[in-house]
Structure formats: C-alpha cells, structure tokens
Design a protein around this ligand. Structure first.
Ligand SMILES: NC(=O)c1ccc[n+]([C@@H]2O[C@H](COP(=O)([O-])OP(=O)(O)OC[C@H]3O[C@@H](n4cnc5c(N)ncnc54)[C@H](O)[C@@H]3O)[C@@H](O)[C@H]2O)c1
Length: 271
C-alpha cells in the first residue's frame, strides 16, 4: 500500500534546511515540498515550490508538517508571523524544529499551539551522513512523530532521546561536533606547515587523515580507544604526541569544558 504524500513546508533553507531538503529530494519519501526562504535557489527541475516571503504563501495552504530551520533568535517571531498568516491552516500541522535551544514550550506558544517535535541534526546531513537527536512532545500524534523520524533518517542516523533536556547534550556532542572535527583538520594542516611541509601537502594529509579515521570509526567495530591503541607503538611517535594531548589538563579537560559550554549555551537559548 502506498501512503498519500505529506505536505511539508520547510521554513528556512540555509545551511541546515538545504541539507535536509536535498536529502528529501534524493529519498523515495512521498512528499509535497514547499520552501520558504529569501534566497534559496532549488536545483533545476526539482519538484519543490519556493516562496520568498510569508505573504507569498496562499492563505488556504494546509501543511501536514512545518520544518523550522531559521536561526533560533528569530524563531518565535517567525512562528508568530506564520500563525498570523495561516491561522487555522496550521491547526492540523505538526512543527518539526531544528532550532538549537528553542524548547517545545516556547515553540508551541509562538505557533499558536502546534504539537512540536525537536530535532538536532548536523551539517554532514548534506552528504547523507548526518546524525540527529530527536524528541517528540507528548501531544504529537504517533504518525507525525514517525514522519519526523523518516524525514531525519533521509539524511543520516537518528537517535530518539527520552527527555527534551537531553537535546542540550546532543547539541554539544553531535550538533556542534563537526566544527570540532573541522578545527582539528585546520590545526593539523597548520602544524604540517609548521613542520616544513608545503601548504597543499599539509592540507591533503590533514583532511585525508580525518576522513580515513572517520571511515574507520564508521566501518570498524573496534572501540575508538582500541583504534587509537592500534596506532600507538610503545615508545614510538604517536605515544610522544599522545602524552601531550592526553595530559589531564589537555584534551580530557578541554573537551569536557568545551562541550559543557555548548550544552550550557543550548540551555541559555531556551530561556
Ligand atoms: N548549521 C548547523 O550546523 C546547524 C546544526 C543543527 C541545527 N541548526 C539549526 O538550524 C537553524 C538554521 O541554521 P542555519 O545554519 O541553516 O542558518 P542559515 O542562516 O544558513 O539559514 C537560515 C535561512 O532562513 C532564511 N530565513 C530566515 N527568516 C526568514 C523569513 N522570515 N523569510 C524567509 N526566509 C527566512 C534565511 O534566508 C536563511 O537562508 C538554526 O536554528 C540552527 O540552530 C544548525
């Protein structure tokens, strides 16, 4: 039995929104896709309708799901304006928000009472290798919670978390996480140059090493710790570097402090 297409309004199609949209376009999910974004240009021939402003949306538009991918700061004002525009048109719609830190309670209030699912994806979603934490408020109908999970699975792995508060930790680890890995690549590249390599060689070594290690973490069932040990010969070069990285006040403490700062900021954004 084929299910009838769900009507999705993607509100905000920047870095995160476009990663999601491109995953949906590639997927076999039966969807009617509408995008609201000031600037987004869809791929030629893509089956998607793009509106530039709220005023472009027909007043009788009836989405099944609104995916909110505008910046957290503007999220409440945006939802209030959407509610003003569509009014009863939103009464059967579910909100799927990817906005960092905006709580179900905030979002439900601003949207005039929509049932809210919160997702925290990350930018590797753009290549189908995303990681998303998902939380559905208790009033979300099961079929809509399942649709939200399907939408996020179209761009990578999904982990459902039992408590809304868990999303602050998800944001700190996987939502922001790609930036930490990109920083490592940046620093390795600079270090390669510092050790005398030319810029192009240093860049290739740094990027391909992060890529190869990431693939091993994905493919190999060994723990991250064991994979690390397998690189580390007793008395060798890796051990010399790891003595610096693994000093108690170095990476172990820094990673803990940095992720606590991200989780704390996610909590602050929810106020
Ligand atoms: N970038 C990430 O790594 C990441 C990861 C997880 C979650 N998020 C969340 O995703 C959301 C979007 O982040 P982003 O990085 O994609 O931001 P972005 O600035 O790239 O995209 C936001 C888009 O919304 C559009 N927009 C905003 N208000 C609009 C309006 N009133 N009418 C039409 N278009 C409007 C803008 O034109 C822009 O293209 C944020 O809430 C963020 O917390 C981002």
């Amino acid at each position: 039995m084929t299910s009838s297409p769900n009507t999705i309004l993607l509100a905000g199609c920047g870095h995160m929104g476009s990663a999601l949209l491109h995953g949906w376009l590639k997927s076999k999910l039966p969807l009617r896709l509408y995008v609201l974004d000031r600037h987004y240009q869809p791929p030629a021939g893509a089956p998607v309708t793009v509106w530039r402003t709220l005023a472009d949306i027909p007043e009788d538009f009836r989405p099944d799901m609104v995916v909110l991918a505008v910046k957290p700061k503007g999220a409440d004002a945006f939802l209030e304006a959407l509610h003003e525009r569509l009014g009863r048109g939103l009464s059967h719609a579910t909100l799927l928000s990817v906005a960092a830190g905006r709580s179900c309670a905030n979002l439900a209030k601003a949207s005039g009472g929509m049932a809210v699912v919160r997702a925290m994806p990350n930018t590797p979603a753009a290549i189908g290798a995303g990681t998303t934490g998902l939380y559905s408020a208790p009033d979300v109908p099961p079929a809509r919670a399942a649709l939200a999970a399907q939408l996020m699975k179209a761009v990578g792995a999904v982990v459902e978390v039992p408590h809304e508060n868990d999303l602050a930790a998800v944001t700190a680890i996987s939502g922001s996480g790609p930036a930490y890995v990109f920083l490592l690549a940046e620093l390795l590249e600079k270090a390669g140059q510092h050790l005398g390599l030319n810029a192009e060689t240093a860049k290739l070594l740094a990027r391909n090493t992060v890529y190869g290690a990431g693939e091993m973490l994905h493919e190999d069932p060994l723990s991250a710790e064991q994979l690390r040990r397998n690189v580390t010969s007793p008395g060798g070069t890796t051990e010399a570097a790891l003595k610096v990285f693994m000093a108690p006040d170095a990476w172990p403490a820094t990673v803990e402090r940095a992720t606590e700062a991200a989780a704390h900021r996610a909590d602050e954004l929810s106020q």
